[in-house]
Design a protein around this ligand. Sequence first.
Ligand code: ADP
Length: 377
Amino acid sequence: MTESAEGLEQLRVKNRELAEDIQRYLTVFHRHPHPTFYLDCQGELAGMSEQAVHDFLGDSGQAQGPHALDRLGWLREAVESLPQGSDATMRREQRLMTTSGPRTFVVAVSRAVDVSGQPMGLVVALTDVTDLRAAEDEAERANRRLEQSNQDMRDFTYAASHDLQEPIRKIISFLELLKREIGPDMGEEARSYFHYVEDAAHRMRQLVHALLDLCRVESRGGRMAMVDSTVALEQALASLEMLMEETDAVVSHGDLPMVKADLTQLSMVFANLLGNAIKYRGDEPPRIDVEAESANGEWTFCVTDNGIGIPEGQEEVVFDVFRRLHGRGEYPGTGIGLAIVRRIVVRHGGRVWVESTPGEGSKFYFSLPEADADGPE
Ligand code: ADP
């Protein structure tokens, strides 16, 4: 083969490869699953992917030409709203009429430039987000329904426990009168029955007060402000002074941070956790340590005790209302303290959990968002 014939053959091969490349890219454009449009430098519609033709023109669709844009007014509008500048892009969400009805799309417009940076026109790509938005709307509606039913439940609990106070107060005061009146004449058996009734009435009052405390976490929650968590801990310790003396309890703590919180509620959290750490002590005097660590935009507090621990598998239920792992004869209580802790922590945008080894002790953790992180107002 002569040199020029060889050169010609190479050129032919190159041309064929180029044509194949163009064909490949055109196929990618036309078969793209998202409706895609191409407009030339004059702003005329120069190409539509198969999906775009199917969605916007139907079978009889005239995909190109000077009048094609007349039927796609939104496309002209989207293109005209693109800011100047070679790398300008525009994205917006729009409800568009397709051949199968109205659908919601994210419309993205960007300038197409060739390898040397010369403008070639505009590309408009659509992403159908109708189903996604419908699912989001449904999730939001479900959330609102759930929030409403939670609120109804809270209102009901508050109203019921509030209204129960009066009859309970009456029962207790008439029991006292009755005891004064006929107490001395009561036989052994009647006296023990009377004692059961009295005990039940007092317990009822205790439970109702505990429920009211739980309801008040939201209804009487104070404003969040920057507070020193050491102060919250000290307030809790002051309220437990007698119990600590009686049990020889020692509480130590590391550096505790400033956090955005309702100080009264934060000290309630500490009081409940420390109170439990002392109440559920083992044979040794209680040794309790409070630490805080910062990671991933939140503070994690940990209250470690050397108490009886929590049996495996019960670590979550202890935070449920009225859930107790021990009889009242063993340890007094209402089973609401940890539910209050959880509600307060959740109100502050945090979480609470426990890790425990039965017979060795427990670690109660709770997290609070760091002050500059997005916490609740
Ligand atoms: P209460 O102490 O009034 O029973 P809580 O809601 O404070 O109610 O606690 C729920 C249950 O969790 C308790 O009954 C107890 O069984 C268990 N518990 C809580 N704190 C501890 C702890 N530090 N160590 C072992 N068990 C605990």
